[in-house]
Design a protein around this ligand. Sequence first.
Ligand SMILES: [Fe+2]
Ligand SMILES: [Fe+2]
Length: 197
Amino acid sequence: MNLGRTEFGDPANSGNTLSEAEALALLQDWVPNERLQLHMRQVGAVMKAWALEMENLPEAVAHQWWLAGVLHDADWEKFPDAHCRVIIEELERRKIDPAVIRTIASHGPAHFGVEPGTAMEKMIYVFDELSGFIHAAALIRPTRYEGMDVKSVMKKLKTASFAAQVNREEIYDAISRINTPLEEIIIFIIENQDAIV
Ligand SMILES: [Fe+2]
Ligand SMILES: [Fe+2]
């Protein structure tokens, strides 16, 4: 749904987060679907790894990247028609850092009407669909992520019938907004989400 606004949270709450245990408890509570939970934990892991390794951000900031990733679809299962308004309002009620909330609001500009601005916002948009796509590619391989190469993923992206629900246009649009080529992003995802199963 279009959120109808582009500002989220209260700047006075800057620095407030949920702990890892609190975030995972929310996930457990709101997302009974284990596949969806896995998708969210994978996006969280890739976001955190990117913050630490590519943006050289401190652990506390990388935790915010993780939090946005791990909660971005928290309301999808129970409130599909109000995705992602419900989780955003919940995090505003819990006085979470506005940067985290706006990042969640940025994970699908065509759906939510929020254009990604910061690096954290742009990267959640980049990782969301691609992460799910690469996981779908891993599931059909006997060795899963082990030995998966970027060329086979690129080929599957061009095969419309494979993981047809994944919107290729969104992937290419997200990539066009950053300075890292698609191939490098794919390699980064393969390397960083294989531990999350
Ligand atoms: Fe979503
Ligand atoms: Fe997602």
